[in-house]
Design a protein around this ligand. Structure first.
Ligand SMILES: [Zn+2]
Length: 290
């Protein structure tokens, strides 16, 4: 399959329900109708659909050429000092990877959790051992072809700076970073404004993780309100105060021939704002040709 930049929605937007949509199984067709080609299925609160539904969602996604990813539960903490929490977290990740496998989804997004009463460095050590154990179990259960995608996080007290995500991904080639630009902008109090700000991020991935992952990373993009502690709440593209804007990142995509999967996590308008990003990328390409 030819590599292309993909745009899609995190979960089901308000307009989908507004138009009478009911089941996630209707989403691939609905997204394709919007001109989109990626869908991040949300297992974020642990809700699980039947294996039949997972298979069916996968079939429909393939029929409409929509690539699927799955977001694992928010309550996972791969950096915990409590062995039973680690064991549970591995179980949740494995369950999400299983769901992804049933859907034919290649990517599972995972949060790193928090360093509680330990240093961030110690938490990194624990998270590496946890993910290593996940990969081992995935291999032994025939799930090794699904990629775990650790995410950069928006709150300062959460694990998941860019460097921490990259360090974790160095563990195994199958680990693909989820770069959430809204989160990085939030924990940097508005650090992403110019093309160069985005390019520093992609350069770092090129240098530390190599070409394939630098070109094909997973991406969350939305505007997010932040405070001193980082992320506060997800906004929509109507916001003009917080950012980040997509335009400078579009230039980086074109300059380096990147083909990320870009999932929009706007509050309610995920699909509409994904379409806006797709249009900005097209427009930027045209302008650079002219
Ligand atoms: Zn996330």
């Amino acid at each position: 399959m030819m590599k292309l930049v993909r745009f899609g929605s995190a979960g089901n937007p308000e307009s989908f329900y507004g138009q009478g949509g009911k089941s996630s199984l209707e989403m691939p067709k609905w997204l394709a109708g919007m001109g989109l080609n990626a869908y991040e299925y949300q297992c974020t609160r642990g809700g699980k659909i039947s294996v039949d539904s997972e298979n069916k969602l996968g079939e429909l996604a393939r029929e409409y050429s929509v690539s699927l990813s799955v977001h694992s539960p928010y309550y996972i903490n791969i950096s915990s000092t409590e062995p039973d929490k680690i064991e549970k977290s591995i179980g949740y990740i494995l369950a999400t990877v299983n769901a992804a496998k049933n859907m034919g989804a290649g990517r599972v997004v995972v949060h790193m959790g928090a360093a509680i009463d330990i240093t961030r460095k110690e938490a990194m050590g624990i998270s590496k051992r946890t993910i290593y154990e996940c990969l081992k179990q995935m291999d032994s259960e025939g799930l090794g072809d699904v990629s775990i995608c650790p995410e950069t996080m928006g709150k300062i007290n959460q694990m998941g700076t860019l460097d921490e995500v990259i360090e974790l991904c160095k563990l195994d080639e199958r680990l693909i970073p989820t770069i959430d630009f809204g989160h990085l902008n939030s924990r940097g109090w508005g650090s992403l404004t110019e093309q160069q700000d985005f390019e520093e991020i992609t350069d770092k991935i090129f240098n530390k993780l190599g070409d394939f992952r630098a070109k094909n990373f997973h991406c969350h993009f939305s505007k997010i309100e932040y405070t001193k502690g980082g992320e506060k709440k997800h906004l929509t593209f109507k916001d003009t105060e917080y950012g980040p804007d997509f335009e400078p990142f579009a230039k980086v995509i074109i300059k380096h021939g990147l083909t990320p999967v870009i999932i929009c996590e706007s509050a309610g308008t995920q699909a509409e704002d994904a379409v806006i990003m797709k249009e900005i990328l097209e427009k930027t390409k045209q302008e650079e040709k002219a």
